[in-house]
Design a protein. Structure first.
Length: 94
């Protein structure tokens, strides 16, 4: 019988392969930012950041493009830290 998780631990589990697949957007600019971040960083993120990245992937491509190119800010301030991490990773700072 598998061990029970403590009640304080989030129960959300992430399928990394599915996250990587959803990171392929079909827009080259987004693919170059999101897919390498998903492959190289997603597993090491804390649960809250994993959830923010998954939320980011549910957004429209045009919004993602504007946010990742820093043309506009996302309406949800909780997305700003994960966007900053993606941009830092792309710049080679992580």
């Amino acid at each position: 019988m598998p061990a029970r998780r403590p009640e304080t631990e989030p129960t959300m589990e992430y399928n990394t392969n599915r996250i990587i697949w959803h990171s392929r957007r079909g827009m080259l600019e987004l693919d170059l930012l999101l897919e390498p971040f998903a492959r190289q960083c997603f597993d090491a993120l804390p649960a809250a950041q994993k959830q923010a990245f998954q939320q980011l992937l549910s957004c429209e491509d045009q919004d993602l493009y504007a946010w990742l190119l820093q043309r506009t800010d996302p309406p949800d301030p909780a997305l700003k830290p994960i966007i900053a991490q993606i941009l830092a990773h792309a710049a080679g700072q992580t």
